[in-house]
Ligand binder design. Sequence first.
Ligand code: SF4
Length: 396
Amino acid sequence: MIDVLTNGFLTNPIPIQFTGNYCSHGCVYCFSNINNPKRKLDVKGVLSQLKNFKKRDDLASFYMREKYPILFSNNIDPFSKSNQPYVNDLILTLRDLEIPVALATRGGQGWKDIYQEITPSVFYVTIPYSDDVIREKYEPKAPSLSERWEMTEELIKQGHKVIISINPLNKTFCSNPLEIISEAQKLGVESFVINKLHLTPKQQSNLTDREKSILGTELLTEAKSKGFQDNWIDQGMEMMNYCSENNLNLLGMDTGLTNSNYFEFKQCYDNLLPTLDDFFNWVSVTKEIGDYIYFEEFYNFFSVRLPDLQGNISKYIFNRAVINDKDFYKKMDLRNLLHLYWQHSKAGLNIPANYPSFSWVKKQYSTKLDFLFDDEHNQIMIYHGDEFNANETVII
Ligand code: SF4
């Protein structure tokens, strides 16, 4: 089905994605396959979406009408055997409807049939290894590294934009990820994405004994921990330094400073959602270090850049279980939604927790220490710029 990318709202410029059959590339750490190993494409459902999106009132149809790109996909590889040739037929149908696509892939079947048929598009190509023997252990049925590099080169020659996803980044998979970056750099790649290996305890309980033994105890322990290991941060810092010296983008180690993340998307697509990165760029030109940032500014920034969303926007509350007032989201408007994203500790963006350029402001009142609030009881942030502060709150 084509559905809203709910947990990418304000962080990913692409609003919708396609989900098909389970992915036959069979990566041992694939959370999508682990979560739902028997998932099957709802062919009738997709056909109905293609036939009726002009009159349906759901959010995914709205974005299709407005010709926002569709991501293929966070849940499947479009060029996996289990999703071809259906996916290529769908992409060509979307092309005829003038709905663009972005593709996240490790390569495989069918990309050669499609890449010259579509307008310049963004391809995330995943290459978390520099040694194919190690790759084969963890991604046994996915294409070899040489095939992925060949695809990267061909895509760029054709005018597509490639972002290399080094995901999962882990020293067990690749001891020197700078080798991947410099190889990609030679081909003209300018952006890289990193993320750690995430597998919740529940997901790990669904792994087979064989999968558990391939991953091993050390990796499984790392994968369920919420924070980042020191060695992950060390690798990330080394990559960040290399990227900043070489004028490259590294997504995944962001600080909240001005950046050119997602510039490839802006070159390929007319319609995109605004993201936090756009907001950070706005902050960097309008605020000085030590300035306060108010919810009203956050709301004004996004409300004028978001389309007039038609459909049930409460879909964007990606963590509904933590919202106590269930009536609240039934009549949700954009201001309510952005308020949750601004300051809800479990359903929000947690900007001060995730980006060292920002903290919440707390104040010592006569009887208690509390957040500093504006007139409407919204919390207030302070901007640290490049004088980073890792504390989520600062006291004035
Ligand atoms: S290619 Fe992606 S979707 Fe397919 S099995 Fe590997 S991680 Fe999962």
